[in-house]
Design a protein around this ligand. Structure first.
Ligand code: CAA
Length: 261
């Protein structure tokens, strides 16, 4: 919609918000105002009861080619430290609803990190991931050293971050960083991500939120704490109407009508 300068938002299916990064001339380089808009659009979708899941995408050529190097070039330590530069990027991870990244083309540096902040990554065969910050005299600053390492393991993450070499959609799939490589063809990855988002949107929203919360806890808690957390959240769902409806519908051999309550 026209309320934003650097992103587009739309509703391709009922229950699905599609956010498209829109700085085509610079391959969706992630400048600070873009992230302000992105965070705003995500919070809006998160607070909209009619939305069940969010899809985040870029263009065919680039999901995002990284943080905006022109914006960063002349920054001084005092600025970046005082303003905690890039800290606000992770606001995205506080979203309660699932976010699916649909990645085509370059997803480099901050672009790769942005995809890794999402809950599911679907990749086009054209996707090209990487953490090339080492070539700029810096290191990943948007979570890459932690999330990429969690996603693909230490040895691979170390090699990629130290050499800056890019990796393909097929490699990302083999290593478990993306859930699937979809068929080629323009718009295919967005179509598929929207279909997944639509399916998630048809489930009970309380259970979806709980499921996202417990899976993400696997990256923060040890096994005993994580299992206890999962069980408590599971127990809590027995206080919802959706649990009664879901299990009654199964017993009555009909489709559940969730009311998100
Ligand atoms: N920041 C600012 N501008 C960028 C950019 C970025 N990250 N990536 C691309 N652009 C701009 C280019 O400067 C160019 O602009 P002009 O036409 O005005 O010169 C335009 O986008 C098109 O790019 P190219 O002409 O370079 O296109 P290409 O097809 O030859 O190459 C590319 C594509 C390999 C992606 C190349 O653009 C590139 O290497 N980009 C930088 C990638 C990078 O280093 N990303 C990491 C950034 S640091 C970071 O992200 C820190 C962090 O951890 C958060």
């Amino acid at each position: 919609s026209s309320q934003y300068e650097f992103i587009l938002t739309s509703r391709p299916e009922p229950g699905v918000t599609l956010i498209t990064l829109n700085r085509p001339k610079v391959l969706n380089a992630l400048c600070s105002p873009l992230f302000v808009e992105l965070n705003k659009a995500v919070v809006e979708a998160d607070n909209d009861d009619s939305v069940g899941a969010i899809v985040l995408t870029g263009s065919e050529r680039a999901f995002a080619a990284g943080a905006d190097i022109r914006e960063m070039k002349d920054k001084e330590y005092a600025d970046v430290y005082k303003n905690n530069f890039l800290e606000s990027w992770q606001d995205l991870t506080k979203t309660r609803k699932p976010i699916i990244a649909a990645v085509s083309g370059y997803a480099l540096g901050g672009g790769c990190e942005l995809a890794l902040m999402c809950d599911i990554i679907l990749a086009s065969p054209t996707a090209k991931f990487g953490q090339p910050e080492i070539n700029l005299g810096v290191i990943p600053g948007g979570g890459g050293s932690q999330r990429l390492t969690n996603a693909i393991g230490k040895s691979r993450a170390m090699e990629l971050i130290l050499t800056g070499r890019t990796f393909t959609a097929q490699e990302a799939e083999k290593w478990g960083m993306v859930s699937r490589v979809v068929g080629e063809g323009e718009g295919e990855v967005v179509k598929e991500a929207v279909a997944v988002a639509k399916e998630i949107s048809s489930k009970g929203k309380i259970a979806v939120q709980a499921a996202k919360e417990v899976v993400n806890a696997a990256y923060e808690l040890n096994l005993a704490e994580g299992l206890r957390f999962e069980r408590r959240i599971f127990h809590g769902l027995f206080a919802t109407k959706d649990q009664k409806e879901g299990m009654t519908a199964f017993a009555e051999k009909r489709k559940a009508q969730f009311t998100n309550s």
